[in-house]
Each structure stands twice: as structure tokens, then as C-alpha cells.
Design a protein around this ligand. Structure first.
Ligand SMILES: Cc1cc2nc3c(=O)[nH]c(=O)nc-3n(C[C@H](O)[C@H](O)[C@H](O)COP(=O)(O)OP(=O)(O)OC[C@H]3O[C@@H](n4cnc5c(N)ncnc54)[C@H](O)[C@@H]3O)c2cc1C
Length: 393
């Protein structure tokens, strides 16, 4: 299936537009399966993964009405240990910081406790493992928790990975698998009357391919040349995040991810093995703005401090904002569009790190066989084009 022409204007089997973790995993898995694969991104390995906390938390992130997404998340979480090992081999030994540490979701007041009790009931209805703990039991597990913690849910199956290391390992794996990476942005999708045929880059290169995967994160809905009917309805959802450092003398500060809903906002603390402590995250609908604001930092520190007062002792090493690629139903868009040759891998919103292994697998299967695996079919982009046509009717 390899094409013989080389050079910037050659034709490949697959062109992936966007080299965040989703585009990179798609390109790597496609190349591994023997497809001649080219990827275009002005800053491959960048994107939201540079900001994300890296929680692999389908159980604690469960929301009403998102049971289908839960199935996808659980399937991807289950693949992580093997995926991490395969990626370590394929990247020449890079470790992605996969840590099977579990998660503790706690309540600070009676409203929070009610919210957690409801979450617990929903988790049990879905057959998920989670255990209700008293405040004292929570503090026994995590002694740095505030004395006021009123109870919590222990979820031993929700883990973490370091998204920056994941992006670096995927980039190396792409390189080793023979993916050609063009450091330029796609300016326009190239089409003939009835199919996608490649992209024109902003450095003037024309890349032709039999199949194109659009994986440009929150910018996926803005590529010129994509017919309006198949343009993905993704939008940026801003998240601000802080990074603190736990000095060796304070370790272990926390042994697992700790999270809570404080006055209606979600806050989490994710402790890495290397001493990094990630505190996140705001959720703001402000377009493509990535300014770190005093208000955002204040709210995160205030809420995290209520949960774990000892954070004020730690060095604050980084503040940053990133953009989650949000979709209308918070679930990803995976698979073929109504324009033959154009596939989507986008809209992963707050679960892109979790869904990386599964996305790579199902997209590669689609690219090789033309069939989207059954597990991904509920997430076909066509669920939105059908809705759009109905609303025009
Ligand atoms: C604050 C925050 C916390 C998060 N926490 C978690 C978490 O704990 N767990 C979890 O699972 N997920 C989390 N996420 C979500 C996760 O980070 C994203 O879903 C995921 O990184 C999206 O990856 P992507 O590759 O689809 O998009 P992006 O990371 O946005 O990458 C898109 C890439 O496309 C490129 N691009 C854009 N336009 C073009 C173009 N025209 N041509 C070529 N290239 C282009 C960009 O340069 C970029 O590299 C978090 C996100 C944020 C912001």
C-alpha cells in the first residue's frame, strides 16, 4: 500500500491534519499498520496535552446522560497499561508516567455530600466499583486533607498519565514508524467534486492523500474547504491549570488524585511520581483566549486550599491555560464524514488523554479496512449532520 513518490508534493495513503495527541496517535497507529502516513502541524506535540492534568477517570467523571461515553472511556482506560508498554517500545524507551494510583473524590459540605451520594448511586447503577468513605476514613488515606472533609468516594480504578510525556512519546513513535511530519498548518482542504484529496499548507506545499483525517482539536471546525455540512461542531473550552512542586522533604504529599466540587466548581489535585502537583481546572467559554487570569489562579488556589490547606507551603512553578475541543454532547467525533475520504478524530473535550489509546486503534482500523469498529459507531460525526439536516427541514 506504500506509494513510491517522495518529496513535498507526493501522494500518501493518509494525511493527518493536526499533531496533538489525537492526530499523533492516529498517525502512529496507521503507520504501524503499513499505511504511508503524513502529518501536518506547525507545532506537533503541542496543543491541549501541554496543559492537561492527565486523569484517566471515566468513573469519577461520570455524568447523567453520558453512559455511552462511559463505555468508551472504560474501554480506553483498560487499554492503557498495554498501550503504555507498546508506546515505550515504539518510542525508543520513553516513559509516559502511567500511574495506577486511584482517585478520591471528597465532599466539603452537606451539598457536596449530597452531590457525591448521587454520583455514587449512578456509579452503582452502572455497575462501577467505588466505595463510600467517612471523612475520617478519607483522611486516613490522605492525611493532608482538610479536617472538614465530610465524606468521599474511593475509586481505585481511576488513574493518571503525564500528557506532556505522552505527546513526546507519540511524536517519537511517529518518527520511528516512518510518519512524515510537515511543520506547517493546513490552510485548505483539497477536494474534487465528490471527495477529499489532500490539503494545501501555509508554506505552499500541496499534500495529496487517499484519505484525510481532520484532528485539529478546537480548530477542527475552521479548516477552509471543508463543506459546511460536514464541518465538525467543535468549540474551544478554556481551562486554566497550576503546577506546584512537592519538595522531597514534603513527600508523599498526596498518594492519589484528590478531587471535589467546591461551590459548584470542579477542582482536582493530581500528584505525579516526580513531585509535580497539578491543580485544575477552570472551565470557560471565551473563544480561543488562553490568557492566565488573576481570577482563575485565585479560584483554583482558594478551592484547592480548602481541600488541602498544606498547598500554600509548596512552590508554584507554572500557570497555564489550554483549550479543550468541546462538542455539543461532550463526546468525540470519530469516523467517516459524508465527504468520502474525509474522516474526523476530534471533539474529545475533557477526555482526550483518556481516549487516546482507543482513538488510535479505531481510526487505524477504519483507515485500513474502511470499517469503523462497533464500539466507535455511536460517536460517528454523522449524528450531527443528521441533526443539522432535520433542523433545516
Ligand atoms: C485544562 C485542561 C485539562 C485537561 N485534563 C484532562 C484530563 O485530566 N484527562 C483527559 O483525558 N483529558 C484532559 N484534557 C483534555 C485533553 O487535553 C484534550 O481532549 C486533548 O489533548 C485534545 O487533543 P487533540 O489532539 O484533539 O487537540 P489539540 O491538543 O488541540 O491539538 C490539535 C493540534 O492541531 C494543530 N492544528 C490546529 N489547526 C491546524 C491546521 N489548520 N493545520 C495543522 N495543524 C493544526 C494544533 O497546532 C495542535 O497541535 C484537558 C484539557 C485541558 C485544556
Amino acid at each position: 500500500m506504500h506509494s513510491s513518490r517522495k518529496g513535498p508534493d507526493r501522494r500518501s495513503d493518509v494525511l493527518v491534519v493536526g499533531g496533538g495527541i489525537i492526530g499523533l496517535v492516529t498517525a502512529w497507529r496507521a503507520a504501524e499498520r503499513g499505511l504511508d502516513t503524513v502529518l501536518a502541524d506547525p507545532a506537533p506535540g503541542g496543543g491541549a496535552a501541554q496543559v492537561a492534568a492527565g486523569m484517566l477517570a471515566p468513573v469519577t467523571e461520570l455524568h447523567y446522560g453520558e453512559e455511552a461515553l462511559l463505555g468508551l472511556g472504560l474501554a480506553s482506560a483498560e487499554r492503557y497499561p498495554r498501550f503504555a508498554a507498546e508506546l515505550a517500545r515504539a518510542s525508543g524507551g520513553l516513559d509516559i508516567g502511567y500511574r495506577a494510583c486511584g482517585t478520591l473524590a471528597v465532599a466539603l459540605d452537606s451539598d457536596d455530600r449530597l452531590h457525591l451520594r448521587e454520583l455514587h448511586a449512578l456509579q452503582r447503577r452502572c455497575g462501577l466499583e467505588s466505595e463510600w468513605l467517612t471523612g475520617r476514613e478519607c483522611r486516613r488515606l490522605e492525611p493532608m486533607l482538610a479536617p472538614g472533609v465530610r465524606g468521599g468516594l474511593r475509586v481505585d480504578g481511576d488513574h493518571q498519565v503525564d500528557p506532556r510525556r505522552l505527546a513526546a512519546a507519540l511524536l517519537a513513535a511517529c518518527d520511528n514508524a516512518g510518519v512524515t511530519v510537515h511543520r506547517a498548518a493546513a490552510e485548505q482542504l483539497l477536494t474534487t467534486a465528490d471527495r477529499a484529496t489532500g490539503a494545501l499548507l501555509d508554506d505552499g506545499t500541496e499534500l495529496r492523500a487517499d484519505q484525510v483525517v481532520l484532528a485539529a482539536g478546537s480548530l477542527s471546525g475552521r479548516l477552509a474547504g471543508v463543506p459546511a455540512a460536514v464541518l465538525p461542531p467543535v468549540r474551544p473550552v478554556k481551562g486554566q491549570v497550576l503546577r506546584l512542586t512537592v519538595p522531597p522533604a514534603h513527600a508523599p504529599f498526596l498518594s492519589r488524585t484528590v478531587r471535589a466540587v467546591v461551590r459548584g466548581s470542579h477542582v482536582y489535585l493530581v500528584p505525579r511520581a516526580n513531585g509535580e502537583l497539578v491543580i485544575g481546572a477552570t472551565s470557560e467559554e471565551l473563544g480561543w483566549d488562553t490568557t492566565v487570569t488573576a481570577g482563575g489562579v485565585y479560584e483554583l488556589l482558594r478551592d484547592a486550599h480548602e481541600l488541602v490547606p498544606g498547598i500554600t507551603e509548596l512552590p508554584l512553578t507554572e500557570t497555564r491555560a489550554g483549550l479543550r475541543p468541546g462538542s455539543p454532547d461532550n463526546a468525540p467525533l470519530l469516523g467517516p464524514t459524508d465527504l468520502p475520504g474525509l474522516h474526523l478524530a476530534t471533539g474529545h473535550y475533557r477526555n482526550g488523554v483518556l481516549l487516546t489509546p482507543l482513538t488510535g486503534e479505531v481510526l487505524a482500523e477504519l483507515l485500513v479496512t474502511g470499517e469503523l469498529p462497533a464500539i466507535a459507531r455511536p460517536f460517528s460525526p454523522r449524528r450531527f449532520s443528521a441533526a443539522r439536516q432535520e433542523s433545516y427541514a
